[in-house]
Design a binder for this molecule. Structure first.
Ligand code: AHG
Ligand code: MN
Ligand code: MN
Length: 336
């Protein structure tokens, strides 16, 4: 029975035995993420006060402007995980290549690799709208004690051992899964502890919210255009409500609580969609499925896609199960 007074630290210890491989390593890893998230949270909160907002001048590997907080969040997560000597490799949306940890020194025995989107929704920083961090954790497939290789990162999402996000919103929450449901913890900033506030989170099977950047409408596949019109029709429980924040983490979080579907389809400007399979879609898909929802590229399960490159993009449809089924039905019928 969920105990709402429980802190994240207590929850991790209590549930450690349920992990597939119980050496405590995964628990320590999640502990490090929660620590880095607190540091980033502190920085996000004061973003309006100090000269930290605005573009830093650089562009990331995908040619997007890097915001200062993107860089800060990236460094914080990477440094925290490296210094605590808790993973054997890291990949980040903000890094061109994956990072091998500790390969020169005495070879460590760490088994896990982490993939992160350190700051999701970065275009929202300057306007005081919620942003987030997304993480995905795999066991390495190459032998322990050797430097990690690209193979350790290009695993399909169905191999994830844990995934989660932090939403820096009206309150800061850490939501994660280790394959035994989804639990949400709210940070009490006065004390610096996260408390179990949302035990066993579940997407309602049906929802009434659709979240998509409709500015790209003319560019969408026919199946998506028809689905959007379907959402707007007056019929049964429709029209649905349109809500789009532009931070995947925040849009997902709202839809999981209220019921809804998030779509980032492909188009001529984004021939494979915009979202990244490894840093955004896989972890959100794992959370969605663990919360009784569904994630698809319009035709197939996101977590069954075999990645071929680190920064691969993929069309993304995610949310309440019946709504995602409906989108797939439209794609089947009307296609591109
Ligand atoms: P990031 O800030 O990590 O680059 O991610 C932004 C993503 C996602 O969070 C959001 O839903 C989407 O891009 C918004 O894209 P548009 O502005 O094209 O709608
Ligand atoms: Mn992102
Ligand atoms: Mn990002």
């Amino acid at each position: 029975m969920a105990n709402k007074n429980q802190t994240l630290g207590e929850f991790i210890i209590e549930n450690q035995a349920a992990f597939k491989y119980t050496t405590g390593e995964l628990s320590r890893l999640i502990n490090s993420i929660r620590l880095a998230a607190k540091v980033v949270n502190h920085e996000v909160n004061k973003a309006g006060l100090v000269d930290i907002i605005g573009a830093v001048g650089g562009r990331n590997v995908q040619g997007e402007d890097q915001q200062k907080l993107d860089v800060y969040a990236n460094d914080t997560f990477i440094q925290t995980l490296i210094k605590r000597n808790i993973v054997c490799g890291l990949a980040s949306e903000e890094e061109d290549d994956f990072i091998i940890i500790n390969s020169q020194d005495e070879l460590h025995q760490n088994k896990y690799v982490v993939l992160i989107d350190p700051l999701d929704g970065s275009s929202n920083i300057d306007v005081n709208v919620s942003v987030g961090t997304i993480f995905s954790i795999f066991r390495r497939v190459t032998p322990v004690g050797t430097p990690v290789t690209i193979e350790d990162f290009l695993q399909p999402g169905n191999q994830q051992v844990a995934a989660g996000y932090v939403v820096y919103g009206t309150s800061t929450m850490l939501v994660y899964t280790t394959g035994h449901g989804v639990n949400g913890f709210t940070l009490n900033p006065a004390i610096g502890s996260y408390y179990l506030s949302h035990p066993d989170m579940q997407f309602p099977e049906n929802g009434k919210i659709y979240s998509v950047n409709e500015g790209n409408y003319l560019d969408f596949p026919l199946g998506i255009k028809k689905y959007i019109k379907y959402c707007q029709e007056e019929e049964g429980d429709r029209p649905y409500t349109s809500r789009y924040i532009g931070s995947l983490v925040s849009d997902f979080h709202r839809n999981m609580i209220k019921g809804g579907v998030y779509l980032y389809p492909k188009g001529s400007r984004n021939p494979n969609g915009k979202l990244r399979l490894l840093y955004e879609c896989n972890p959100m898909a794992f959370l969605a499925e663990q919360a009784n929802g569904k994630a698809s590229d319009g035709y197939q399960r996101i977590m069954d896609i075999q990645p071929t490159e680190l920064h691969q993009r993929v069309p993304f449809v995610c949310g309440s199960k019946n709504m995602v089924d409906k989108v797939e039905e439209f794609m089947q019928t009307y296609g591109e």
